[in-house]
Ligand binder design. Structure first.
Ligand code: GDP
Ligand code: MG
Length: 703
């Protein structure tokens, strides 16, 4: 069971390998990553754990690509003991360096099915694979080499060998080689599921250990870092690593294991690993500092410890890995289905379904179904509502009923509209002329509102088409956009006419019987009251500053012209313009009057206004203001309704028909459903991901 857990992870590792190895895979698998400075003994430790020589050796930077090394115990039913590990001598003695061995072999993921019984060939293949990806100079590459070693003499383990930390670029190495290596290592060890095997030479100061320094960056508590102390045999006489082992130097939760690998000389002398392991055991057993804890020293103990740590780590993380695989699988499956089927069944049915999708989405956005649309801004129907209720309404309400009318003009119009018989009372004719002139002014904001709504509809169109599902057929998308915009422009014409007609109909007939309109008699009363107040203005006591008796009560009864007091529906009258009464009583030019000159070619009503004229002008103004207010409310209410009917609803109900007419019958319908290159590539990518993740999912569910 335990071993099968590691086997599961190994299988997952292979299953997920096509996703570009450790760094880009969405799933972070538990693995042991070896870090340390160059020549600290990383490769030696790995070889000792495997019990075989298979790693490239040499001076300078030899490991230049991550090596994912999966050790698989070939007899999963039988538990491997430390004795078994030492047992490998028989094979080593026989096979030494070149001979084949039936029980042990290596396999590279990039050479499926090929078994390497000769470990020298494995070394050669590693060198070859390194050169092919990282170049034959001293460059590095983050793409891992995946190597599996099957053997009865290994514990099932997954280890990653990484380039050693180096300081000074050598040969034609890039100047930033140190940073490149650091970044690569960090990418591997910063994943929370990485177990860090920090290799340090015991004859060097632990505080300066590059591996530990890096490990502490990503694992400051030392929770997932295991220390290995190599070259214990090279320590000065009388010194040992006991303080480190006891956690008194740099404590690690999983502690340190001291080991002894073969020295350079041993290698040159072809000392077997078996012999080296033997010597290692003897060294610790006989050393005065270590003899009491010899069972916690050396390579076999390290292998067992790593195996245990990896197992418990896998056990702890497997549920999470399972969930992650499922999530990632779902994500890619969804994307894959959103990309549509690989083969376009028939162009016309594809066009039909894209058009249908588009229309549904378009209507959905207008209805406020904001599925993919950002939540931090208003969109679709909400924006149109804003145009109606804020932009348009405010625009209409900002219109001033007297914007382009001067009092003098009012008088002129009054004279003109009453014809040759001087009017006895305010003429409805003058009122109508003036009101009509003002109602015209609603047309401009109303038409502007249509164009704002048009802009919003075009905006919705591009918002809908920007969704990934419409990226598949770029030509079709462009055509939809084109046809739709054109169609909107077409239906904008009758919308404009309709809205203009609404304004014209307001202009055409002034409904003086409108129940909300201020009554003429009311208007006269208000104006008279204003000009000749029956009650004196509030008298203020000069001493107290308080209103005097009598005056206070009458002022409260409201004798000022306040629209609020003239009926619930009366509309606000313009404020008095200061100076309106000035010059009212100015004396006329008596001489001119006496001369009785003929009227000039251009006759203007000039001079101060008579009392009656002032009253009439004021009354007209009040009535205009009241009626203008009524029209204002009508326009603010009905124009959005008209736009809704003629533009928005029309676009909704006809769009599908229009698109089908224009696109379905297109002679070049085949070219419309030509897939975008990105879609093709992305589908392939998604297919690969789905396949890989489905495999992975099967592997984990089988546990
Ligand atoms: P790497 O660069 O970290 O992979 O280091 P290597 O495993 O290639 O070792 C570098 C050198 O140190 C080699 O010459 C090894 O023989 C030597 N070496 C490694 N470990 C030990 C050890 O425990 N004792 C001795 N004496 N030499 C060692
Ligand atoms: Mg190495």
């Amino acid at each position: 069971m335990d071993e099968s857990l590691i086997t599961t992870i190994n299988k997952l590792q292979d299953a997920l390998a096509p996703l570009g190895g450790g760094s880009t895979s969405p799933i972070d698998l538990p693995q042991i990553t070896v870090v340390g400075s160059q020549s600290s003994g990383k490769s030696s430790v790995l070889e000792n754990i495997v019990g075989r020589e298979f790693l490239p050796r040499g001076t300078g930077i030899v490991t230049r690509r991550p090596l994912v090394l999966q050790l698989i115990n070939r007899r999963p039913t039988k538990h491997v003991s430390n004795n078994d590990l030492l047992d490998l001598q028989t094979h080593d003695d026989k096979g030494n360096k070149t001979e084949n061995n039936e029980d042990e072999w290596g396999e590279f993921l990039h050479l499926p099915g090929k078994k390497f019984y000769n470990f020298d060939d494995i070394r050669k293949e590693i060198i070859k694979a390194t050169d092919s990806t990282a170049g034959s100079n001293a460059g590095i590459s983050p793409v891992p080499i995946n190597l599996r070693i099957y053997s009865p003499h290994v514990l099932t383990l997954t280890l990653v060998d990484l380039p050693g930390l180096t300081k000074v670029p050598v040969g034609d190495q890039p100047v930033d080689i140190e940073k490149q290596i650091r970044d690569m290592i960090l990418k591997f060890i910063s994943k929370p599921n990485a177990i860090i095997l920090a290799v340090n030479a015991a004859n060097q100061d632990l505080a300066n250990s590059d591996g530990l320094k890096l490990a502490r960056e990503v694992d400051p508590e030392g929770m997932r870092t295991i220390g290995v102390l190599t070259k214990v045999d090279l320590m000065d006489q009388g010194t040992d690593v006991i303080d480190i082992l006891a956690g008194r130097v740099i404590p690690l939760r999983s502690g340190y294991v001291p080991v002894i690998n073969r020295g350079q000389k041993d290698i040159e002398n072809h000392k077997t690993i078996r012999a080296a392991l033997d010597d290692e055991r003897k060294f610790f057993e006989n050393h005065s500092s270590y003899s009491s804890k010899a069972q916690y020293c050396g390579t076999p103990f390290l292998a067992k410890k790593l195996n245990n740590i990896l197992l418990s780590h896998i056990r702890a993380t497997l549920p999470e890995i399972k969930a992650k695989i499922e999530t990632a699988l779902k994500k890619y499956q969804n994307e894959l289905s959103s990309l549509g089927p690989e083969t376009v069944e028939s162009p016309s049915s594809t066009v039909l379904s894209v058009i249908t999708d588009f229309c549904n989405d378009y209507n959905g956005v207008l209805d406020g179904q904001t599925k993919d649309i950002s939540s931090n801004e208003l969109s679709g129907g909400a924006r149109i509502s804003f145009v109606f209720h804020e932009v348009f309404k405010n625009g209409v309400y900002a219109l001033d009923p007297f914007d382009r009318i001067k009092d003098a003009d009012i008088r002129t119009i009054m004279y003109n509209s009453s014809g040759s018989a001087p009017s006895l009372f305010v003429g409805t004719a003058a009122f109508e002329v003036l009101v009509k002139q003002q109602i015209k002014r609603f047309e401009e904001p109303s038409l502007r509102c249509i164009s704002l709504v048009f802009d919003e509809l075009v905006r919705i169109l591009s918002q809908v088409l920007a969704q990934p599902e419409f990226s598949r057929f770029p030509a079709l998308k462009d055509r939809i956009s084109q046809v739709f915009t054109l169609f909107l422009r077409e239906i904008m014409i009758p919308t404009n006419t309709f809205v203009s007609d609404i304004i014209h109909s307001e202009e055409c007939y002034i409904n003086t019987a409108h129940p909300d309109l201020l009554k003429g008699s009311e208007a006269v009363a208000i104006v008279n009251e204003k000009i000749h107040p029956r009650t004196p203005a509030v008298q203020v006591d000069p001493k107290t500053g308080k209103p005097l008796k009598n005056s206070a009560s009458s002022s409260a009864s409201g004798n000022t012209i306040s629209p609020n007091t003239s009926g619930p529906n009366a509309v606000v009258a313009e404020d008095d313009k200061s100076g309106f009464f000035s010059g009212f009583f100015s004396s006329r030019n008596k001489k001119k009057l006496a001369a009785m000159e003929a009227p000039p070619a251009v006759l203007k009503a000039t001079g101060g206004m008579s009392d009656k004229e002032v009253v009439e002008t004021e009354v007209i103004k009040l009535l205009i203001s009241s009626y203008f207010g009524i029209v204002k409310r009508t326009v603010a209410d009905i124009v959005p309704k008209a736009i809704m009917l003629k533009l928005i609803q029309q676009s909704r109900s006809d769009i599908q028909k229009v698109l089908l007419e224009k696109l379905y019958a297109d002679k070049n319908i085949d070219s419309l459903v030509k897939e975008n290159d990105f879609t093709v590539a992305r589908r392939n990518e998604c297919k690969k991901m789905v396949e890989v993740l489905r495999n992975a999912s099967e592997i984990v569910t089988s546990v």
